[in-house]
Each structure stands twice: as C-alpha cells, then as structure tokens.
Design a protein around this ligand. Structure first.
Ligand code: TEU
Length: 597
C-alpha cells in the first residue's frame, strides 16, 4: 500500500525536533572537521555564465544589465553566493578565459558602472559575489604580451615563458586547445617559442617572475576594494613551472603522473609557496572564500591546497567525478553502455573521506566546461527528464561539501546535441575537430561523442519563457537556444508546484534548515555495489537521515539495512509515493530523504 505524503512540512517539523537535542552538540565536539563551522561551508553557490543568462540590449549576448534585471529571480532561489564566469575585457577566443585587460569590463557585457550596480544589487539582497581569477594565462592581446613578443629585451618578455629557438625544438608539452596538441608556438620576432597550456591565444604567465605575482595580487586587490567577496581560480594549480623544461617522455608521464598532463602541470615546484604568498598578501586581508579549479589535483594532493593550517585556499573542485564514464584514451567519449554507478559512488565517497578530518570539499555535476547534468548523469528523455533532474539536485544538495550549482540545472535544462560542427562556438570542440580532421580520424564518431560531452551543451541560453529565443534576447543569440524552451522555462515552471525549479528551491531550503545534518553531518555510504541505488546516511548520533537515490529508469526494491528504521514521512521526495518498511519500493529516478528513528 502506498500513501500520499500530506506535506513535506510535516516531516520537517518531526525532524526539527530531533535535531534540537543534545546529541548534535556532543558530536560536534568530537568531529574535528565538523567542529569548525564556516559560512562558506554552509552556502549554496549558483554559477552564472554571463554570456548566456540574459541579454538586455538585443545584441544576442548576455550582459551585466541582463543579470541586474534578474536579481530577484536569483534571490528567489535561496542561494547565497553567485560565481560569475570572467567578465573582463577579452577578445573572446575562449569566452573570457583570455583576458586582455584585467581591470576593465568586457564590452559585450557592459561597463564598470554596470558592474558596480550589479554588485550593489547583490549585496542589497544578501548575495555574495565571487569572480573568476584567470591568472595562469592572459590573452595574447593583453598589453603585457603585445609588448613581450616584440623582443627578448622588452621589459615584459619575462612576464611569459619562452624557449629560445637556438636550443632547438622545445620538449613536448600538451596544449589542451591547440590544433596540433602542442603547448609551444613559435614567435618570429624573438626567435623563441612561447608556452600556452591552452590555445595559442592564451600565453601562460610567468609566475616565477615576482613582478608578475605583484601585478596579479594588485589586480586582485583592485576587485576586493570594489567589494567582491572572493575568487574562483581558474587552473590555479598550473601556475608554477619547472623552467628548465625537462623532457617528459610518455613513460615518465605514465609512471609519475598517471599519463595525465594536467597532473604534471599541477605539480610545479613553487606552486604552494605562491599560494601562501597570495594568501598572506591578499586573501587573508580581504576574504575567506576562495576556490581552486582543481585541474590535475588528486586525492593525495588535495589537502595541500585546502588544509586550513596551510593558509592557502578554502576549497577546490576536483575532476574525478566529471571525468568518469569516458572511454580511456579517447577524447571525452562516453562509455557505450553508460557509466557504472558503483564506480561513481566510490569517487564521491573517496572525495568525502579525504576531507574527513581537515579541509573541506565541493560538489558539482555541471558547469560551463561540462554538458548538462541531466543528460550526462540522469536521463533527458521526455519521460525521465524531470524526475532524474530532481534526483541529481537531491544528490548535490545532500552531500557533505559546498554545492556549486550551475544555472539552468534548476530548470532541468538539457544538452542541445548539435548535429553539425558549424553550430558549435567552443574553441575546444572546433580545434579538436580540426585536429582529428588533419589526422584523418573519424569525425562522425567525434561529433556523436560531443552530443553528450561538449562544453557548448552547457552554454546555450537560459530559458526564461516560451517567448521567441526563450526570452533570452530580442536579437539573434550567439549560440542556438535549446528548442525545448517551449516547456522547459522559468515562467512555466514557476507556476507548477512540482516543477524542477520549485523542487530545487525546496531542496535548498531543506539543506539550510537541517544544516547540522545535511551540511556538517557525517556521510556514510550504504550498499556500495548496488548498480542502481545510491544510498547513504547523513548525520551524527541520533540525528540522522537516510538518502535513497534511484539512478536508474527501473522500479527497484531497496532493502533497508538491518536495524535501521525510517520515519513515516520523508523530508523530501520527488514522487508522491513512499511506503516505509523493510523494503523501500523506488520509482524510476526517485529521490527520498527520510529521517531515521
Ligand atoms: O578550465 C580548465 C580545464 O581544465 C578545462 O579546460 C578542461 O581541461 C576542459 O574544459 C576539459 O574539456 C578552465 C576554464 O574553466 C575553461 O573554461 C577554460 O577554457 C580553461 O580553463 C582555460 O582558461
């Protein structure tokens, strides 16, 4: 027999009573990690890709005025922090991750006055603003590089990394967005090669030069003095380089760095010294919210960045989760029969345990470098889009880590799955296509894989309404709008009590209401080998909840572990049905959080 949940509020009240007893207090004293409470551990971060959020002037590109016009929507989500992708002056070879002037606003996005209004509007609503620090590399149009490439004697030459051509060809380094896959490009005027871990338009800055560090730290202070609340730091683990540029053979790479160039790049000799310097000179004076994009960071190295005693950064986000389920050695190609849940659970469980006694984790399933979470980790078919997207939201907001939630996921936005290369805008996809073409590779296979994995899937315009172009722009959008905006959009979802949007708000509220359990409470994985159900408990002592997530499209019966007894009413449930008992019957992609008694 199934019975309808009268209201989640009933469950909330039951649970609140349980939370208020002294067991929580006692546990807090014995768990060294949980005892250290910090505001940035308790927040939900909402990431906005400004180019695709809201266009105010009809040029087809989202802008700051567009964000300003939607501040009340952002506030209504219940989130605490907004992370904005780069908004600085840029020729946009990599959509703002190539900065030509660090202290000016990108023309497409507006003016400094717009920025000031935006920041003020956020603070007025109690929302903090985190900007993107892209300091491993600049644009090749940055004045520093324009000067540097003129001559070896130029005062800016040492702002970048060079290999003099008289020494022959430089030792191979992987350039992630380079058509030939090389991180070195020859510059005739200086008769030397410059280093770029990404595209040739993104030369790497020379952090070994103290002047460069000073410039970056001054620039950070400029933004802090304007009142921003923190930085997300783009590929910050790559900043230090062994400037003798030793030969890294494929064997060395395999043996020491797991065959991963990112791991080599993240192990520069002075990395942690520079982070401590940044902390001492800037971060410690202005903020306690910094998050590294942890490219190349492993379970073994993670705490070097975020152990509070080391005075470097607060958080980092890892790549193990989002890299899972791709065929090894093939560029972002999904496993033919989908990813396996036990391996997925193992990754998130390990990343939880690495921060059990020090540091603090983050969790995300989507961002501007990833496809839409519902397509990649859930099921975007019309039948299952809604439940699976709510299920993933439940996962993200019930783990012990600060959630970084990507705009549009609250609506259940899906991959657009372009058929043609001409529809893509992203340098990564375009250059990889060219690289495969030049090598005579299988282009169709690449395009098929990109339908699932391409970054542009996560960059299509935000879907505001059923109006033309989803209400994003009155002009021609810079990238196509997903045609499903007819039904997947804010206006319609706001009216529907059971929409993905309203579910997200409910889940944010739940995390905040039960902070001791859902933010700080211990995480314990149950039934690790179950191929369809991801189940875990959160909490300490008598204050515990059980999270049951069906990651499959099947009805699944899940046996409650011996000795565990669930309360009758779930705290949240993405279906109406729930029958407590020895075996819980789970609907396709059902997600339930229920108190234990
Ligand atoms: O990403 C760095 C990074 O590791 C990713 O580029 C990753 O390798 C890639 O997305 C895998 O497909 C950061 C930014 O988040 C990204 O948008 C930029 O393109 C990149 O740095 C260069 O700045």
């Amino acid at each position: 027999m199934k019975y309808l949940i009268l209201s989640t509020m009933v469950g909330m009240v039951f649970f609140l009573t349980a939370c208020n007893n002294s067991a929580t207090e006692q546990h807090v004293k014995t768990d060294s990690m949980a005892s250290k409470k910090d505001w940035w551990k308790e927040v939900v971060v909402y990431q906005i890709y400004p180019r695709s959020f809201k266009d105010s002037n009809g040029d087809g590109v989202g802008d700051l005025k567009g964000i300003i016009s939607k501040l009340d929507y952002i506030k209504s989500l219940g989130i605490d922090v907004v992370w904005l992708n780069p908004i600085f002056e840029s020729p946009n070879k990599d959509n703002g991750y190539d900065i030509s002037n660090y202290e000016a606003i990108m023309k497409d996005f507006g003016t400094m006055a717009d920025f000031d209004t935006l920041l003020h509007g956020m603070h007025e609503r109690g929302i903090k603003l985190v900007l993107d620090l892209v300091a491993n590399h600049s644009s090749n149009q940055n004045k520093w590089f324009i000067e540097a490439r003129k001559s070896r004697k130029n005062p800016y030459y040492n702002y970048y990394h060079w290999w003099p051509a008289e020494k022959g060809k430089p030792p191979f380094r992987q350039g992630f967005f380079d058509i030939n896959g090389s991180a070195w490009t020859f510059n005739p005027a200086t008769n030397s090669y410059y280093l770029h871990y990404f595209s040739q338009y993104q030369p790497d800055l020379n952090w070994e030069n103290p002047k460069v560090r000073e410039e970056i730290f001054d620039m950070m202070k400029f933004w802090f003095n304007k009142g921003i609340d923190g930085f997300r730091m783009d590929v910050i683990p790559f900043i230090s380089k062994d400037t003798s540029f030793p030969v890294i053979t494929p064997e060395i790479l395999k043996e020491k760095y797991n065959g991963d160039w990112a791991q080599y790049y993240a192990s520069g000799p002075n990395l942690h010294e520079y982070l401590r310097e940044m902390n001492a000179q800037v971060l410690s004076k202005y903020t306690d919210m910094s998050v590294a994009e942890g490219a190349g960071v492993t379970l073994e190295t993670a705490n070097k960045f975020v152990d509070a005693n080391r005075h470097e950064l607060n958080m980092l986000y890892n790549f193990d989760g989002v890299s899972y389920g791709y065929v090894p050695g093939k560029f972002k190609t999904p496993e033919p029969d989908g990813y396996k849940l036990p391996g997925f659970k193992q990754i998130y469980t390990r990343w939880d345990s690495v921060f059990a006694t020090k540091g603090w984790g983050t969790i995300y399933l989507g961002n501007h470098d990833q496809p839409r979470m519902v397509t990649r980790w859930g099921n975007d078919s019309p039948e299952f889009r809604e439940p699976s997207s709510k299920m993933l939201t439940t996962f993200l907001l019930s783990m012990r880590a600060t959630p970084y939630y990507y705009f549009g996921d609250e609506l259940g936005m899906c991959n657009i799955k372009f058929d043609k290369i001409d529809d893509y805008r992203d340098i990564e996809t375009l250059n990889m296509y060219q690289q495969i073409k030049n090598k005579g590779g299988n282009l169709q296979e690449f395009l098929n894989a990109q339908k699932i994995s391409a970054r542009d899937n996560g960059r299509t315009p935000f879907q505001w309404s059923n109006a033309p172009n989803a209400g994003f722009t009155t002009g021609t959008p810079w990238i196509k709008v997903n045609p499903n905006y007819a039904t997947v959009n804010v206006e319609d979802e706001a009216k529907e009590p059971n929409s993905c949007l309203n579910y997200f708000k409910k889940m944010v509220l739940l995390r905040k209401t039960y902070k001791d359990v859902l933010v700080y409470g211990k995480y314990q994985l149950l039934d690790p080998d179950n191929p369809k159900i991801y189940a875990y408990t959160r909490g300490n002592g008598a204050n515990k909840v059980l999270v049951i997530l069906n990651f499959s499209k099947d009805h699944v019966g899940w046996d409650i572990p011996e000795g565990m007894q669930v309360k009758p009413t779930p705290l949240i449930n993405n279906y109406n049905s729930f029958l407590p008992g020895k075996t819980i019957s789970m609907e396709p992609y059902q997600a339930v959080i229920v108190g234990l008694q």
